[in-house]
Design a protein around this ligand. Structure first.
Ligand SMILES: Nc1nc2c(ncn2[C@@H]2O[C@H](COP(=O)(O)OP(=O)(O)OP(=O)(O)O)[C@@H](O)[C@H]2O)c(=O)[nH]1
Length: 371
């Protein structure tokens, strides 16, 4: 990779205050939501890695530091709302809780997703029994919960063994549900580790399922990339490096990792050189953008969308010749995104397709291929 080619600061208006995430709070009013925040539960046996996941992704703890974490002995609630775009409450449940006998109504009634963490380096048979118990209890309380199984600590497994372990856990847990008469419940599986980007990618996928505007965001990104000669675009929450949306082309891990590294780099450089006199003014602002040219003839291009969101694009160097078109399309994209949130804030019916279509129609992008 060549060095950072350009860290540029451009003029431009910030979004109005009401596009801040505060208003996003009010729009969710479904049963899975409490105080406007979707509740996500982290469950699993002792030492499976639940607290480590939360600390590494949301509190920027380095993976090695998790070695010194003490066991959790009561449910820890973490608001992931004020510090980033993501509006949810993460409940870290202690592994030592009595899974046979706990207040399922209280825990699952207002829950959007259960993440069940299984230590793939350990014997997981007992964990599968607990998974079955948790899933069936949760489903009886709330049929809308999404079940996500993290086959965790896979950094300790050989490549072949990873897929084999996931396949085995998938097979056994589905068989258990079938035996219990719950064959209609869908479990999603993710291979994860805190020592690489897999945990960020898995959490991105979990969280995307809980964002009602996801299809609209994906459509907007499709329109943007098709008209700008961009190959791949991610909408990042810069605080957590979770991508809240991407275009509909498949995600390859390498591209995602490159984009994550770029977000880190921009935040670090902004923190060092971009601070205003007042420490309260965030360094990552409407003037932040960055361009990295790789030796492979590929360009990484980052633009600030608002103080918590960044668009990161991957494109061929040749297609970057018309940077003006790309910048213009980006502004249209940003405006459309703003409209999506404004319309949703006004309407009570979250997720109604009509309102979102209106924003897409207003997206007056310019086609980069047109010459
Ligand atoms: N190799 C490896 N170790 C991990 C990973 N994630 C967590 N660990 C380690 O697993 C151990 C237990 O992690 P915790 O996060 O405390 O586990 P927990 O599930 O919160 O445990 P309880 O609070 O007892 O329920 C720590 O030593 C972590 O460093 C991972 O992805 N890979």
């Amino acid at each position: 990779m060549s060095s950072l080619a350009e860290e540029q600061f451009e003029g431009g208006d910030s979004f109005p205050k009401d596009f801040g995430y505060g208003s996003y709070d009010d729009e969710n009013s479904g049963p899975q939501v409490q105080n406007g925040k979707t509740r996500i539960l982290l469950m699993g046996h002792r030492r499976s890695g639940k607290t480590s996941i939360q600390k590494v992704v949301f509190q920027k703890m380095s993976p090695n530091e998790t070695l010194f974490l003490e066991g959790t002995n009561k449910i820890t609630k973490e608001d992931i709302a004020n510090s980033s775009f993501l509006q949810f409450q993460l409940w870290d449940c202690p592994g030592q809780m009595d899974f046979q006998d706990f207040d399922a109504d209280l825990i699952f009634a207002k829950c959007g997703a259960v993440i069940f963490v299984i230590d793939a380096q350990d014997d997981y048979m007992e964990a599968l029994n607990t998974l079955n118990l948790v899933v069936t209890k949760a489903y009886n309380v709330n049929k809308n919960i999404r079940f996500e199984v993290f086959v965790h600590k896979v950094d300790g497994l050989y490549e072949d063994n990873k897929m084999e372990t996931q396949r085995d856990i998938h097979q056994r847990s589905n068989d258990d549900l079938l035996d219990a008469g719950y064959d209609h419940i869908t479990l999603s599986f993710h291979l994860t580790s805190i020592y690489d980007h897999s945990i960020f990618e898995a959490l991105s996928k979990v969280i995307q399922k809980l964002i009602p505007q996801l299809p609209t965001l994906e459509n907007l990104l499709n329109i943007l990339i098709n008209n700008s000669g961009i190959e791949k675009a991610f909408l990042f929450d810069v605080v957590s490096k979770i991508y809240i949306a991407t275009d509909s082309s498949p995600v390859d891990m390498q591209s995602y990792e490159l984009c994550c590294d770029m977000v880190d780099l921009v935040i670090d450089i902004s923190g060092i050189y971009g601070l205003e006199e007042s420490p309260d003014v965030p360094a990552f602002d409407s003037r932040s953008s960055s361009l990295i040219k790789l030796n492979s003839g590929t360009i990484l291009y980052l633009r600030e969308v608002d103080r918590y969101l960044a668009l990161v694009c991957i494109l061929r160097e040749d297609n970057f010749e018309k940077q003006g078109v790309i910048n213009y399309n980006f502004l249209c994209f940003r405006e459309a995104l703003q409209q999506v949130f404004e319309i949703r804030n006004k309407s009570n019916g979250a997720g109604e397709p009509g309102s979102d279509t209106e924003s897409i129609e207003k997206l007056g992008v310019v086609n980069n291929h047109a010459g």
